[in-house]
Design a protein around this ligand. Structure first.
Ligand code: TYC
Length: 124
């Protein structure tokens, strides 16, 4: 027995051209939505060196040059500020880097028998 299709297959209708509706006209503008920033910048820490009566000035200058990458002139200015004001900022870093700087200064001071102190403080 043979079965015959009752309808001949039709090709799908071609997509109709978009009809212009003034209410849908975006004038070709692409709207970029402003989204709130998801990530905050990391908390930064300033590394502060403290004055004392015993550490030689020359040692402090050397420490600031070596661990805070300052030239001799800048290191000397920072040392004198610490000497006069009691403390001075040697740099601003992320938490881990600031902690490393504090450790490096403490270790150098200990090795040379100086009481030089250094702390890190969160900014803002
Ligand atoms: N006050 C020290 C002195 O007169 C010098 C000094 C400067 C020490 C800075 C510590 O962080 C310091 N020898």
């Amino acid at each position: 027995m043979k079965f015959m299709a009752t309808k001949s297959p039709k090709a799908p209708a071609p997509p109709s051209a978009p009809t212009y509706k003034p209410e849908n006209d975006d004038g070709g503008t692409v709207l970029l939505e402003r989204r709130p920033q998801k990530t905050k910048p990391p908390q930064m820490y300033q590394v502060v060196v403290l004055n004392d009566d015993y550490t030689p000035m020359e040692f402090v200058v050397m420490v600031i040059q070596e661990f805070f990458n300052k030239d001799r002139e800048t290191a000397t200015q920072i040392m004198l500020k610490i000497h006069l004001d009691g403390k001075g900022v040697c740099g601003v870093f992320s938490k881990d880097v600031a902690a490393t700087k504090v450790d490096q200064v403490a270790e150098a001071a200990r090795k040379h028998g100086h009481p030089l102190q250094c702390v890190s403080e969160p900014l803002q």
